[in-house]
Design a binder for this molecule. Structure first.
Ligand code: NAD
Ligand code: DAU
Length: 339
């Protein structure tokens, strides 16, 4: 039994991870530390909340006393740091909390991990730290870090800091850098759920720029299998890229969603571009495939269908979200900005 601290486990990827790893697994005793920001939702975790080897603590990864208390009390042996502010558009509206959580918060975790000599610290990072690609080429682990948004620069800072703890103190840090995820429980500020929900509500679908920006999509379960492998077998001091070789221009995904929902393309509305908008991401995941034996199991056609069906079948989940603070965010991001 390993005592594992998972941070940000009430968010999209973290909750999918906990539901996956605790489904029938008894190998881990898990503490989920989550601040429950607008993006954190305990409804994502109802299927595992009563498990004996699962404990939820509401709190901030930047809270030094709380974090140290958790390491001591639960004798934490391994850490997966999912917790972060994650939305590029919100980081453009205001960056301070991104640096507070993603950089300072990660520093508090790293310091505690060092003090309590953990066996593994897995920093969940993103392909966005590499910046933007032209029409050709793929991000490898050797691609220079060159982030463009406040969000990605905060994640890049955390990566550099985490690796410095490996080099300076020998803390067994592993970093995964994954491409764009999709699946159940994704907060509807992100492209795929936002477009599904707007289409279901017959609202306009706001496409930034010319709609030809390319993202490399991976189903969240495939990402989480890579996270588990990296936690168990990843080599200290190494970075592993994670991606499913599934590049698509945004407009193609949006049209696919409309078609699947039987809605008209007249709902598409081209709006002002995102400032500093990265043109293309594409991941080379050869290293994790060769060294850890990971490979994606889901193809896009099958998994996007499952994802759309999930949003169709879980309207109460997203209706509660879009009736709250989300409305204010939506107005600020879309209505005021484009008028
Ligand atoms: P999310 O925004 O859905 O969830 C983030 C979670 O972190 C929420 O539960 C939130 O309450 C929690 N949190 C935020 N600030 C916190 C703090 N100070 N202390 C404790 N908890 C805090 O994010 P996600 O999409 O699930 O992303 C998870 C991680 O994966 C992030 O580190 C992100 O950078 C990375 N990532 C995401 C993607 C993607 O496509 N979504 C791709 C690659 C990497
Ligand atoms: O690549 C991994 C990253 O993917 C993660 O690190 C981030 O946490 C995650 O948010 C995601 O970042 P993106 O900026 O790529 O995701 P987003 O869903 O915000 O946007 C995807 C693409 O869709 C991007 O080119 C912008 C475009 N877009 C997005 C929204 C929300 C639109 O055209 N209209 C929109 O309303």
């Amino acid at each position: 039994m390993t005592n594992l601290l998972v941070t940000g486990g009430a968010g999209f990827i973290g909750s999918n991870f906990l539901n996956y790893i605790l489904e029938d697994g008894e190998d881990y005793n898990i503490v989920n530390l989550d601040k429950l920001t607008y993006a954190g939702n305990l409804e994502n975790l109802t299927q595992i909340e009563s498990k004996k080897n699962y404990h939820f603590i509401k709190g901030d990864i930047g809270n030094y006393e709380l974090v140290n208390h958790i390491f001591e009390e639960f004798k934490i042996q391994k850490v997966i740091n999912f917790a972060a502010e994650t939305h590029v558009d919100r980081s453009i509206l205001g960056s301070e909390v991104f640096f507070r959580t993603n950089v300072i918060g990660t520093n508090v975790l790293l310091e505690a991990a060092k003090r309590f000599s953990v066996e593994k610290f897995l920093q969940v990072s993103t392909d966005e730290v590499y910046g933007s690609l032209g029409n050709a080429g793929l991000f490898t682990e050797d691609t220079p870090i060159s982030p463009n948004s406040p969000y990605s620069s905060s994640k890049a800072s955390a990566d550099l800091m985490a690796m410095s703890f490996y080099r300076t103190y020998g803390l067994p840090v592993v970093i995964t850098r994954c491409s764009n995820n999709y699946g159940a429980y994704q907060f509807p500020e992100k492209l795929i759920p936002l477009m599904i929900i707007n289409a279901l509500n017959d609202k306009k679908l706001p496409v930034y720029g010319d709609g030809m920006n390319v993202r490399d999509w991976i189903y969240v379960i495939d990402h989480n299998k890579a996270v588990k492998l990296a936690l168990e077998k990843g080599e200290a001091g190494q970075v592993y890229n994670v991606g499913a070789s599934n590049e698509m221009p945004n407009i193609e995904i949006i049209k696919l969603i409309l078609k699947r929902l039987g809605k008209s393309e007249n709902l598409i509305e081209y709006v002002k571009d995102r400032p500093g908008h990265d043109r293309r991401y594409a991941i080379d995941s050869t290293k994790i495939q060769n060294e850890l034996g990971w490979k994606p199991a889901f193809n896009f056609e099958e998994a996007i269908e499952k994802t759309i069906d999930w949003y169709l079948g879980n309207q109460v989940w997203w209706q509660r979200i879009i009736s709250g603070e989300y409305q204010k965010y939506y107005q600020l991001q879309y209505e005021k900005r484009n008028s």
